[in-house]
Design a protein around this ligand. Sequence first.
Ligand SMILES: Cc1cc2nc3c(=O)[nH]c(=O)nc-3n(C[C@H](O)[C@H](O)[C@H](O)COP(=O)(O)OP(=O)(O)OC[C@H]3O[C@@H](n4cnc5c(N)ncnc54)[C@H](O)[C@@H]3O)c2cc1C
Ligand code: SF4
Length: 293
Amino acid sequence: MKDKQISIGLVVALDYHNPFLSPFDEFQRFKHHPSIKPLLEGGTVLQYGARTLNEGGFQSIPYPIFPGGAIIGCSAGFLNVPKIKGTHTAMKSGMLAAEAAFNVLLEGAKMEVYWNSLQNSWIWKELRKARNYRPAFKYGLIPGLAFSALEHYFLRGKLPLTLKHGKPDHEATETASSHTQIQYPKSDGVISFDVPTSLYRSNTNHEHDQPAHLRLRDPAIPELVNLPKYAGPESRYCPAGVYEYVPDEKHGLKLHINAQNCLHCKACDIKDPTQNIEWTVPEGGGGPGYTIM
Ligand SMILES: Cc1cc2nc3c(=O)[nH]c(=O)nc-3n(C[C@H](O)[C@H](O)[C@H](O)COP(=O)(O)OP(=O)(O)OC[C@H]3O[C@@H](n4cnc5c(N)ncnc54)[C@H](O)[C@@H]3O)c2cc1C
Ligand code: SF4
């Protein structure tokens, strides 16, 4: 019999409020759900990874041309959010940009042709149709689900208005004092795992002596704001355990950044409450080495 191969993932919307929530631990807990556990038993975990979804969609598409280049794929927000699919739009937008660039080189045409062909392509129609699903969830889970059903079965993108997104994800985090800590069960080492074991399966690797690619705009903010106000949420939303609060010489806690473990998911760049973390490109093509995804 062939080995069973299952790919399993958990999508966590980064506009969650509770600073104690840990997407990594939620995922491990999810694997123990009675409907999921039997699927995983007897299998072998081959790989682990993480990536944020670009959920802006139609109403967030930027003007995608700049001198010398064009924005394509998820960088321009071409993900179909309700379907969680974006490889088709990434490929198509790449093709449209390449065709426009070819004509710029061959005939001296203008790159603006890419913008026009995008608006006339099926990408535009598809994303327009899907535009109201995600913002509907700013009214809450139940209204969001109800609206999604209405969209899916009746409206099909024909609502004569475009819903606006709520506040940015980093502003959604509430203070620690308004929530209680979440106690997550310990991983069993069979179907659920700890961060170091999972990280090992991501094959992530960075040259150890390169400048840190995760930078703090103000190095004092973690101890002055993130820790006292939000109980250090970066130590939980990062799926790679990159951010750790460790004891300092004054018997307090200070932030330690294990940049070499970074999975390039970009959650910190998005979710840090004061937008103090800046993700920059590491040297030498370092990062996760997904071989089977
Ligand atoms: C959990 C999950 C499940 C998904 N499932 C599906 C699915 O089933 N079907 C589907 O169609 N889509 C799916 N998607 C969406 C799909 O992965 C994306 O829409 C698609 O990968 C977008 O392609 P892209 O080339 O635009 O971006 P990416 O695939 O993200 O590629 C961008 C690349 O650029 C690199 N990069 C970033 N910054 C720099 C820089 N400054 N310099 C150099 N390199 C850089 C990144 O490392 C990355 O390799 C899923 C996404 C997630 C997160
Ligand atoms: S450091 Fe940031 S980008 Fe890297 S894995 Fe953690 S949250 Fe993701």
